[in-house]
Design a protein around this ligand. Structure first.
Ligand code: SAM
Length: 459
């Protein structure tokens, strides 16, 4: 049952058809995915997919398949994402000029759905590792950073820094970002259909708490937005206090202006004059709100670039030569380095200055793609390399059937084709890499990460 104060609040919205809204909450939530343009060559679920109107790679599925049992899900060929969230792409497309290199911050990023949209946006039509920009994807709650890292790794790009910092820390990076996305923690009213448990957590007191927290988050990062930069604010709630009231307060307090979006009438997205709403009785999606604000134009403060990295060491010449054998050489110059934990990472040389600044400002961070580690002189490739678009096309690989792909994803052994050569081998399903095995004279070792292995019955 819907909480009475919530019902009252929705009924008070001007021109709002509460009965239709209430009826829509009793229907099944739609299922949607977003294809990875860098990895999918065609449709993944072609027979039953229809397009999400506001995202070229978004698809609705008629039935919910078991994503866990689909190897292409593990390969990062698509992301399971609520359709309304994909509207971020349309806001980016309408408001952002990608002819200049961009620095984008996704401040509240886990599990990473919006970050994968941002990463695609930066790479639109570009094959190089640097893309059209650098994405910093941040999650303050430490236990949620792993899922964010996994999803970023699956998506495959290397012009990304994953960080774990309080929003206030970003406030110290004056004028640094061209775009900041704040997909704020909220009262979750838009999730009432998909996750009925969220109804129990709703209360007017929680709305108060969320409103105050959102203001604190917004105020703490405004300093990091460059003059003329865009702030994109979104929530999955309908609540005027968390949406319009907060945006109006933010614009007035920090002198930002609202940026209007052109909305196709057929999409049935509702403009409130201070942002855009998705309501489940009007759009095939859950509840969502998004607004774009622009900081006043002005002179951007010059970057203070530290002379050297604090926590990472460039690889020595011999190690660079070995590491280079594993990565593509045709996607732009890469900086290869080792972290204090001995992980070998690769990131686009073009963003070295930005990484130097972030390295000094932030404690917990991972730059670029983890490609492996040295054990003595041997290079042990990482799962991140297998899923990365940086992996060399010359790496040894085998194509496996669905049955064997699932055994691989369960971290079990499976029969190898006769004459499979010894050594590190990429396991591919329908051409997409899933991870590594090492073929030895009498056996194989399965290097699929233990924490990501499929635990459910596959037969
Ligand atoms: N952007 C994500 C996506 O599209 O996959 C969803 C983000 S979710 C709506 C909000 C995130 O904000 C959560 O990951 C949550 O852990 C984080 N969060 C919670 N409290 C926060 C705070 N005080 N400051 C910044 N982020 C916070």
């Amino acid at each position: 049952m819907l909480p009475p104060p919530f019902v009252k609040q929705m009924q008070a919205l001007p021109g709002f058809n509460f009965l239709d809204f209430e009826a829509a909450l009793k229907t099944s939530p739609p299922v949607s995915i977003r294809l990875n343009p860098a990895k999918t060559k065609g449709e993944v679920f072609s027979s039953m997919a229809s397009p999400v109107p506001w995202h070229p790679m978004g698809r609705y599925l008629e039935v919910r398949p078991s994503f866990t049992l689909d190897p292409l899900f593990h390969a990062g060929n698509y992301y399971v994402q609520e359709a309304a969230s994909m509207f971020l792409q349309e806001a980016l497309r309408q408001c952002i000029d990608t002819s200049k290199p961009l620095r984008i911050l996704d401040l509240c990023a886990a599990p990473g759905g919006k970050s994968t949209i941002l990463a695609d946006f930066l790479h639109h039509g570009r094959e190089d590792a640097a893309g059209a920009g650098l994405l910093v994807t941040n999650e303050v709650i430490r236990p949620r950073v792993n899922i964010l890292k996994d999803n970023i790794e699956k998506w495959g790009y290397s012009n990304v820094a994953v960080t774990c910092a309080d929003p206030e820390v970003f406030g110290t990076l004056e004028d640094f970002f061209d775009v900041i996305v704040v997909d704020a923690p909220c009262s979750g009213e838009g999730m009432f259909r998909k996750d009925p448990d969220s109804i129990k957590e709703w209360s007017p007191a929680n709305v108060d708490l969320c409103t105050a927290r959102q203001r604190k988050i917004l105020a703490s990062v405004v300093n990091a937005l460059a003059p003329g930069g865009l702030l994109i604010y979104s929530t999955c709630t309908y609540n005027t206090r968390e949406n319009e009231d907060n945006v109006a307060w933010f614009a007035a307090t920090f002198d930002l202006e609202m940026v209007p979006l052109a909305i196709n009438d057929q999409w049935k997205i509702t403009s409130s004059g201070l942002g855009y709403h998705f309501y489940p009785h009007l759009t095939v999606a859950e509840g969502f709100y998004l607004a774009v604000l622009k900081k006043e134009e002005g002179l951007r403060k010059k970057d203070q670039v530290p002379p050297r990295f604090k926590n990472i060491t460039p690889l020595n010449k011999q190690r660079v030569e070995e590491a280079k054998r594993w990565v593509r050489q045709d996607r732009g110059e890469l900086l290869l380095y080792e972290t204090i934990n001995g992980e070998v990472m690769a990131f686009p040389h073009a963003w070295e200055k930005e990484f130097l600044i972030l390295d000094t400002a932030l404690k917990s961070k991972w730059f670029g793609t983890q490609i492996g580690a040295f054990k003595g002189n041997d290079f042990i490739p990482d799962h991140g390399l297998a899923l990365s678009l940086l992996a060399s096309p010359d790496l040894q690989s085998i194509e496996v059937s669905l049955v064997n792909a699932l055994l691989f994803l369960k971290k079990e052994v499976f029969p190898l084709p006769t004459n499979t050569p010894m050594g590190w081998t990429l396991v591919r399903y329908q051409g997409s890499p899933l991870g590594w095995i090492k073929v030895l004279p009498n056996r194989m070792n399965n290097y699929f990460p233990q924490e990501r292995r499929i635990r459910m019955e596959t037969r």
